[in-house]
Design a protein around this ligand. Sequence first.
Ligand code: C2R
Length: 325
Amino acid sequence: MTKNKHKVEIRTGSDSDIAKIEELYRTLDSLSVPYSARVLSAHRNPEEMASEARTLSKKGFFVCIAAAGGSAHLPGMSASETVLAVIGVPVSTPLYDGKDALFSIVQMPEGIPVGAVGPGQSKNAGLAAAQISSLFDENERKKIREHRNLSDECSIPEGNTLKVAIVHNKGDAPDEDTYQNMIALFDQFGISYQEFAYDATTVREIEEQGFFSIIALHDLSGEHAELLTIAEQTDIPVVLLPFSNNSRSKTLPGEVLFDLMSVDRGPLMAMGINRYQNAALFAAQIAGAHVASLQKKLLDHRKKLKDFSREQDHKLTKRGLKAYF
Ligand code: C2R
């Protein structure tokens, strides 16, 4: 397959979305990041949506942005067909203010991550995509950093010693078992990681050491929120992992996440609540677009996921429904 000159694919569910996400195209234009713009609805044109997603990586794309409103399945269904990172943009409609689209996009099952930006935050999707596609390119990185008024000092990651930074607010403690599932994936993919309790010097430290991605752990039921500004401070792709250990609070964690994502916090890409494995997978996918050996591991992992789902189906057929109640 011949490589194309585009780095980013932007797919919308309808052409009615295009004017609403104008800032996305404009952001990539101003950074001179080449993209291909398509209308590919998962609902109305599922076969082509899937086949086009399947060939993105072979065609040389680094990242896909999927923007849709309402029952926004386009980002999730696209993500099922590629191991490139898919950034989901919830397009706001007057009916639900983008809440329907955000919730359709963000809470993906473990195994198939989508990085959601806040409702209508198309500029942040553009910045995040530019950052992912330029991750290993010093000149491109400098251009983005200048555009974002960041200093021109940052160190570029190395493909054969990939390092991810896991940052949490001081005083926040994720659930140990599920946290370990995330770590196990990094071990499986040969990615090393370093944990940071967030403070004023954390971003500088991370930028000096060539990390390829930052996972920002944020307790939705907690009182600490300092690190939510992290994506505003760096061009390193930031994956937000919102977690919630207790369900005692009156406000549902999902509502807290919606409020949090409705504020512009820079190019932050959110996982679903407590989707620890997806955070690891999404970070790996960001680097995998540039590192062939890692992409192969991600494809193997997808195959295992399919086998696991098939096994569940076989078990159901064998045991019958009664065994589940
Ligand atoms: P029309 O304006 O074409 O009726 O579309 C589109 O993204 C759009 O915001 C109305 C809304 O439907 C959305 N749509 C989806 C999908 N396909 C179209 N959410 C999908 O596959 O997820």
